[in-house]
Design a binder for this molecule. Structure first.
Ligand code: ATP
Ligand code: MG
Length: 535
């Protein structure tokens, strides 16, 4: 080990379950020991990489501590203070390296008095992997007060559902854009992004300046992304004609899609029963029949054997759908959903922009319809592949990004809707979710426990902090770390795709990033031909 690095303290006590306590060296500046920082303990046979989770001020004599004053700068007072006061840090060893730099889980501890050092930049690469054109490691930020990039393993990331949490304005959308850029650049997964606020595709506003815009993913990867729009005029106003204008026929909406909106519409279960009766009789025409039967609800109820009040309520509530310009009573010439699946099958990611259609109702409806078809399509594709792997290609992994995820994944919805199914079991079928949300406590605990990798920005609500760390090893230590995050551009990352939990300042999403992430002209050209030949 290099001998120029600075010792900042030594170990005085601890246990495997509770973590270690180190005493800070008298000459080590206290203000550089921050919760969330990364330290290295030299334990002889192993180096233990650990996270600072707490800082405690101690005194040998409580009486002296009570009577001593910082303003008293006399020589004796300074000596007494030096001998009496000391600082301890709680550090949790998270991984150990042996002499050959193999990464091992922590199953032993460094002995008493083992020296503790600041971690080195070159150790970060050893532990978290390094980015290179042919590896799946992708830089997402740097540890606090360090410069070395910390990488996520994107191939592992794409294996499970993942989440970005944090209260409003903490940088969730920015970090999600960075993650998606990585997934596209490294071809780790194809993506479907439900872009409720139209901030992923084209340019997006950056806070703090009205005139400052950042690039969208379509701008960074023109031939890797198709934009579908529910509000084509809005997409055009922002400088790009959508690749597909979304129009959905009433015949493509099922009762299950309505189920997802039942809370938003305050639909009573009896109204849903009436919808099922309608569907049983009129099949794909059920919604058209319902909405065109305003003057004959009573007769319709009699024909179906449904309650008049329930059917009337269903009619009243679903009448709101007539206001959506992207819905049409007549069947469409070509199903938008099929078109979208064709893009995804060819490895081209799709951003679905909502433009001005930002009501929660349209978001729930459209995401529900599309995701239901995806579910069906990927189950079929996987079964074909498994039945005959030599003939049928292995499906490419698909990641569905949803903001406001608690609307789909609260305990009630997660049990009934397609999003719950995907979060729980679709990774077997090559589909997973990227959940973006500010209220993790509203998400079903079972879904939260399935999340592979979490990127967590500042959260204030105790229930949210509790929820997000449920099931994490050493959740008490991580909770302390989480409470110290800045209100922007700092995240705690933990889970499947990262070697150990760590606090990062997130990578800047700026001109340097655009340059590093964009594909070279050759790669762009290859896929440009592909995107142009689809339709
Ligand atoms: N990685 C980053 N690079 C550059 N700027 C960033 C980054 N992360 C955050 N910011 C700044 O922080 C602001 C807020 O970030 P962002 O819009 O991602 O927050 P959010 O958590 O998605 O908020 P909301 O919940 O309201 O959608 C951005 O406008 C930008 O100025
Ligand atoms: Mg956002």
């Amino acid at each position: 080990m290099s001998n120029i690095r600075k010792q900042i303290g030594h170990i005085i006590s601890g246990s495997l379950t509770e973590g270690l306590t180190m005493r800070l060296a008298a000459d080590a500046p206290l203000d550089q020991s921050k919760a969330g920082r990364f330290v290295c303990i030299d334990g002889g046979s192993y180096r233990f990489f650990s996270l600072i989770s707490n800082i405690t001020l101690n005194a040998l004599s409580d009486d002296f501590a009570r009577t001593s004053r910082a303003t008293d700068n006399s020589f004796t007072s300074r000596i007494l203070r030096k001998n009496n006061f000391f600082t301890t840090l709680s550090v949790k060893p998270l991984i150990m390296l042996d002499a050959e730099n193999n990464k091992l889980p922590v199953k032993t501890l460094p002995s008493h008095c083992s020296p503790v050092f600041e971690a080195h930049d070159d150790e970060i690469g050893l532990i978290f992997g390094t980015e290179s054109p042919h590896s799946s490691f992708f830089n997402i930020g740097a540890p606090l007060d360090m410069h070395s990039p910390v990488c996520l393993d994107l191939s592992k990331f794409a294996e499970r559902s993942n989440a970005v949490f944090g209260k409003t304005g903490t940088g969730k959308t920015f970090i999600t854009r960075i993650l998606l850029s990585g997934l596209i650049n490294k071809k780790a997964a194809v993506n479907l992004i439900f872009d409720m606020h139209s901030e992923y595709g084209l340019q997006a506003r950056q806070e703090g300046s009205n005139k400052h815009f950042v690039k969208g993913l379509k701008t960074l990867f023109p031939s890797q992304i198709a934009i579908f729009s529910l509000d084509p005029a809005s997409t055009r106003r922002r400088g790009c004609a959508p690749d597909c204008e979304v129009v959905i026929g009433y015949d493509e909406i099922t009762v299950d899609d309505i189920l997802l909106m039942s809370e938003e519409l305050s639909l009573h279960p009896t109204a849903l029963e009436a919808a099922y009766l309608l569907y049983a009789r009129h099949k794909t025409q059920w919604l058209k029949v319902l909405l065109s039967s305003e003057s004959r609800i009573k007769e319709l109820a009699q024909e179906l054997g449904a309650h008049v009040e329930s059917l009337g309520a269903l009619h009243r509530k679903l009448k709101r759908l007539e206001l959506f310009s992207f819905l049409t009573p007549e069947p469409t010439q070509q199903s938008v959903v099929k078109k979208l699946l064709t893009y995804l099958d060819r490895g081209i990611s799709v951003i679905l922009e909502f433009g001005h259609q930002t009501s929660m109702l349209s978001y729930l409806l459209v995401t529900g319809i599309i995701t239901r078809h995806i579910h069906h399509h990927y189950v079929e594709k996987t079964e074909h592949f498994l039945a005959n792997p030599s003939q049928n290609p292995e499906p490419q992994k698909l990641i569905i990004t949803i903001e406001e995820a608690h609307k789909f994944l609260n305990t009630q919805a997660a049990k009934q809707t397609i999003f719950g199914t995907i979060a729980r079991e679709m990774r077997k079928y090559y589909v997973s979710l990227l959940i973006v949300d500010q209220r993790p406590s509203s998400i079903d605990p079972e879904v939260l426990s399935q999340v592979g990798t979490k990127l967590i920005a500042q959260l204030n609500d105790d229930r949210d902090i509790q929820g997000v760390l449920t099931g994490a090893p050493d959740s008490a230590g991580l909770k302390a770390v989480l409470s110290t995050l800045d209100s922007k551009k700092q995240i705690l990352v933990l889970g499947h795709a990262i070697t150990m939990p760590i606090v990062l300042k997130t990578r800047e999403y700026d001109a340097t990033f655009y340059k590093e992430i964009s594909l070279n002209a050759e790669e762009e050209k290859d896929t440009k031909q592909l995107i142009n030949t689809i339709f």
